[in-house]
Design a protein around this ligand. Structure first.
Ligand code: IVH
Length: 706
């Protein structure tokens, strides 16, 4: 057998030449995955698949000790048998921030808060304004004043246990100073690296022939997430405390005072936090911080405003993953110029064809960019982007870089106009269609008409199906999905769950890159996901306009798969009542309703969903507050509420697990009626629904729920 096939051979059957080739391959692969995991904080391999690589490397080394390479993964100082961190579930989720891109967005943010809390123009609102540090956020838990654990943000719900690493940072106290520290304190903030430290470290790496890091943020993430704690200890990491998670007691009642309190406990806090008493103050603070940007020792990418009064923060609560009481006012995007080497068409999950400019790599704000989106055919025409052109590109935050325009002075005679293809670049070469917009006009987006016949779309659908916020199947990533699809082993989601059964003939363990151990782990990972929450299930279907926040709203509103499925089928058949019911839900609008109707109106989709639901068990939606007196109940608010705004009432009821509806039916459990309630109140009486005053509502849910 040729040495290049050695990866398939069981360790005990390897010849010496094959073992040598295997050790070389494994050292290179593991090093590459380590780089992605540690330096880029963007692993492309599941923990299980990574462990399998390391286990194979060790087994080969044990069999052929003379062949152990100097660059073997087992030889690295401090390397552990398994290369990854344990997981920690956050007691309180770690959220992200909504962005504001201009002064108008900030004004809207302040006005939204006023409306939500129903505050008078004359009532002063105070905000803090502080630099938005470009690092990675961390949650540090203290029990009885002692540091017990530290976790990265991860997906917001679950992060990685970096306790030992974090303890090496000088800015972080192991014990909280001061008397009367609450029993449980979770302190949150940003780990970062100064620009000077980052440049010095990269210089050292360069001299040592090690790969350099793209920017200080990557430098900080890579340095913190080291299994060998002594490596983290040798890196110049710093920490600013700016927030908190679970607190058994709140020692102060404003944001500003909390940050002062964190400083009194021994944390380093940002010296540039300002108190602002008006929108003008906030915008002034923004300009001041922006003008000082270059003089800060560390990178910042905007200014964060937070409503100062914590009681109001609590009333405002969250939408999806972002708080209503804070916003990040971003600095304008960074720009650069480079040359377009070519234009490629990418096909997304929904069949949309997106032209992507392949660029001569260029650094924009510290990150190397080699692709930028051109959005659609019209954009290419409007900007007249040709292959060979010099273009300006911009990168704003985490958004995909975009082509802004052509530098016409630099256009060469051979610059070639791009002809948008009339067919999908997939092997089927299906014709592309222009999608009509909601108002019936010709839209900008071209879509492949192949739907499930188009392999690109199917693969994108499947990748979405197994992605982190959907079924989250360890060991089943883009690479494996593409391979399994190409071989015809997985054509639709249900096939994932019958793979093990069919493996008697497929024999996956004989494929390159797989072995007995990794195949076993893959099947175990698949089996573990047969039990799935309703919100993940809805999200995983990849229905247009249904992201994870919408999926959660739908799951909470319907509670069970059977109720949701029944509603969707009725909707697809044109049932007006179901449409009205969906329309009355918070966060659900026309786009979602239309796409649910279209999805469940399609026979292929209905079959796909039926086959899938036969393979999995879908758990009923978790009620956000266990034991809530209104959990699972349907509530209608009507009339003018006096103690809270309509939005606030809705948010509160939903937080307590109730479904808020806009219309009264026999299924309504409570109608909360303020003065001036009209026809809905009549209807409630007609159906015999429980009618509550605002005070009775508060008595029902308990005063503490505010
Ligand atoms: S407050 C609930 N303050 O920005 C709000 N975040 O986009 C919690 N960040 O994940 C965040 N500087 O990593 C806050 N002064 C600051 C920040 C800051 C940087 C990061 C943080 C967070 C992200 C949100």
């Amino acid at each position: 057998m040729a040495a290049r096939d050695a990866s398939k051979v069981p360790v005990k059957d390897l010849t010496e030449a094959q073992a040598k080739a295997e050790l070389k391959r494994l050292a290179a692969e593991i090093a590459e995955h380590d780089r992605r995991y540690y330096q880029e904080d963007a692993p492309t391999l599941s923990d299980a698949a990574y462990d399998a690589l390391r286990a194979r490397n060790e087994a080969v080394e044990a069999q052929f000790p003379a062949l152990v390479r100097p660059d073997s993964p087992t030889r690295r100082v401090g390397a552990k048998p398994s290369g990854r961190f344990a997981k920690i579930r956050h007691a309180v989720p770690m959220l992200s921030l909504q962005n504001a891109f201009d002064d108008g967005d900030v004004r809207d943010f302040v006005n939204r808060i006023r409306r939500f809390l129903r505050l008078d123009e004359r009532e002063a609102l105070t905000f803090t304004a502080e630099p938005k540090i470009d690092g990675l956020s961390l949650s540090i838990r203290y029990e009885r004043g002692r540091l017990v654990s530290a976790a990265t943000r991860g997906d917001g719900t679950e992060g990685e246990d970096v306790t030992a690493n974090l303890k090496t940072l000088r800015d972080v106290p192991h014990e909280l100073l001061g008397k009367g520290v609450p029993e449980i304190c979770e302190v949150r903030g940003e780990v970062y690296m100064t620009r000077a430290d980052f440049l010095a470290l990269n210089k050292r790496f360069e001299a040592e022939g090690k790969p350099t890091m793209a920017n200080p943020r990557n430098g900080a993430a890579g340095s913190l997430r080291q299994l060998d704690v002594s490596v983290t200890a040798s890196r110049p990491l710093k920490f600013f405390a700016y927030s908190w998670g679970e607190m058994s007691e709140m020692p102060r009642d404003t944001q500003f005072a909390m940050v002062e309190w964190l400083a009194s406990c021994g944390f380093v806090t940002n010296p540039d936090v300002k108190l602002c008493r008006s929108l003008d103050d906030m915008l002034k603070a923004y300009r001041e911080i922006e003008s000082k940007r270059a003089s800060f020792a560390y990178d910042i990418d905007g200014v964060v405003y937070k409503l100062d009064r914590i009681a109001w923060q609590e009333r405002l609560g969250y939408v999806g993953r972002t708080p209503r009481w804070a916003v990040a006012h971003k600095f304008p995007a960074e720009k650069a110029t480079t040359i377009v080497r070519g234009i490629e068409i990418q096909v997304g999950r929904t069949g949309a064809l997106t032209p992507v400019a392949k660029l001569v790599p260029v650094t924009v704000g510290g990150v190397v960019v080699s692709n930028a989106t051109l959005h659609n055919e019209q954009e290419i025409e409007r900007k007249d982007v040709r292959i060979g052109d010099t273009v300006t590109i911009q990168r704003a935050g985490d958004v995909i870089p975009q082509v802004l325009g052509v530098v016409l002075d630099k256009r060469s005679k051979d610059a070639k106009p791009f002809k948008f293809p009339k067919v999908c670049p997939c092997p089927l070469k299906t014709p592309v269609m222009r999608e009509a917009t909601a108002s019936g006009e010709e839209g900008a987006v071209l879509r492949c008409s192949g739907e499930f016949a188009c392999p690109f779309q199917v693969v994108e659908h499947l990748i979405h199906f197994v992605s982190r916020r959907a079924f989250d199947i360890d060991g089943l990533g883009e690479k494996q999905i593409a391979l399994f699809h190409e071989r015809g082993w997985i054509r639709e989601p249900a096939d994932i769950f019958t793979l093990e059964e069919r493996n008697r003939t497929i024999r996956l363990e004989e494929e390159e890159g797989f072995g007995e151990v990794s195949v076993r782990r893959l099947f175990d990972a698949i089996a573990a996901r047969r039990d799935i929450s309703l919100e993940r299930f809805i999200y995983s279907l990849g229905i247009r306009h249904i992201g994870d926040t919408t999926a959660r709203a739908l799951a909470r509103a319907y509670g069970s798969w059977s109720a949701f499925h029944e509603a969707c089928r009725a909707l697809a058949k044109g049932d007006a009542g179901t449409r009205a019911e969906l329309d009355s839900l918070d966060q659900i609008g026309d786009a979602v309703i239309e796409s649910l109707a279209a999805y469940f109106g399609e026979e292929h989709n209905r079959g796909l969903v039926d086959r899938l639901t036969r393979q999995v068990h879908i758990r009923d939606a978790e009620r956000p507050a266990a034991g809530s007196p209104v959990g699972g109940k349907t509530v209608v608010f009507t009339g003018s509420l006096e103690k809270m705004t309509r939005d606030e009432a809705k948010a509160m009821a939903e937080r307590l697990g109730a479904k808020v509806s806009g219309s009264v039916s026999s299924k309504t459990d409570y109608v909360v009626a303020g003065p001036g309630a009209g026809s809905k109140l009549d209807k409630a009486r007609e159906f015999g629904v429980n009618v509550l005053s605002e005070d009775e509502w508060f008595a029902l849910v308990g005063a503490g729920s505010r």
